[in-house]
Design a protein around this ligand. Structure first.
Ligand code: IP8
Length: 264
């Protein structure tokens, strides 16, 4: 059966999060190869990607997630433009890598079609269904306009994942590719003895460490909560290590892989 897969490339997977605007080309290429294979096998793919060091560092520096602050409004507005263009630049690394693998894509920057932040953002999700199945629609976490005095805010790729997975018809798989772990672990990946959880359900305790130094959105906690909301409707919601993108095909072909299945 043809699968319809929504996949998130985490910002920490496709960029070096600590170095301003540093893409990880090898990883992006490996993922593009896998996407090309999935499409050749008759599946369709929608890509959402995170911001990593193309978004979070500047957004943090100018407090963009909290909206307009009159005392720094000039610098903030300048930073909004800069982050938006940096995100388009990061997306181009993804689209050109896909093109090298013979995959065509169409980019939908949220600043052009979405307003508001969080799960309840406004925007026509229908744009992701009305394109031929061999073309990969791509969107990403972005700075968007918000109603009221705040003027702008950060829309996370995780919120886009939730809305796209739940509203585009017949999505079969929703996959979060992580940069630093095989899936959801019982404690932070760099902590000794951390163990992969084969399944996870909202409410089950895991010890997390969110790096608020670099990240203006919610890290693994936001991801897990969005994934859990998606899993109430979609059977196959997974956290998989993006350094091994071939695990996506393995999951589609055999029904399982190394990773964490999120249960609804
Ligand atoms: O990395 C954040 O998106 P995320 C977007 O998916 C920006 O949370 C611009 C920081």
């Amino acid at each position: 059966m043809a699968a319809r897969i929504v996949v998130k490339l985490g910002g920490g997977l496709i960029t070096d999060k600590s170095l301003f605007k540093t893409p990880k080309i090898d990883i992006i290429d490996a993922i593009s190869k896998e996407v090309s294979k999935l499409i050749s096998n008759g599946h369709s793919v929608i890509i959402v990607h995170g911001a990593g060091s193309f978004g979070h560092l500047l957004a943090k520096k100018w407090s963009l997630s909290g909206g307009l602050r009159p005392e720094i409004s000039v610098q903030q507005r300048e930073a909004v433009g800069e982050v938006r263009s940096d995100m388009v630049e990061l997306c181009e690394f993804v689209t050109s890598s896909l093109r090298r693998q013979g995959v065509n894509s169409r980019v939908f920057p949220p600043s052009e079609w979405a307003t508001g932040t969080g799960e309840g953002f406004e925007g026509d999700i229908g744009i992701f269904e009305n394109i031929p199945s061999e073309i990969v629609p791509i969107t990403f976490g972005d700075v968007v306009s918000v109603p009221g005095d705040n003027e702008f805010g950060i829309l996370s790729g995780d919120d886009l994942m939730a809305r796209i997975s739940l509203e585009v018809p017949s999505v079969t798989h929703c996959i979060f590719l992580l940069g630093d772990a095989d899936g959801m672990l019982d404690r932070p990946p760099d902590m000794k003895g951390s163990r992969l959880l084969e399944t996870w359900k909202e409410g089950e305790f895991v010890e997390t460490m969110h790096n608020a130094e670099q990240d203006v959105t919610g890290g693994i906690v936001l991801k897990a909560s969005r994934a859990s909301a998606i899993s109430t409707d979609i059977e196959e919601v997974w956290f998989i290590n993006g350094n091994h993108p071939d695990r996506i095909s393995q999951l589609i072909d055999s029904g399982t892989t190394i990773g964490t299945k999120i249960l609804g």
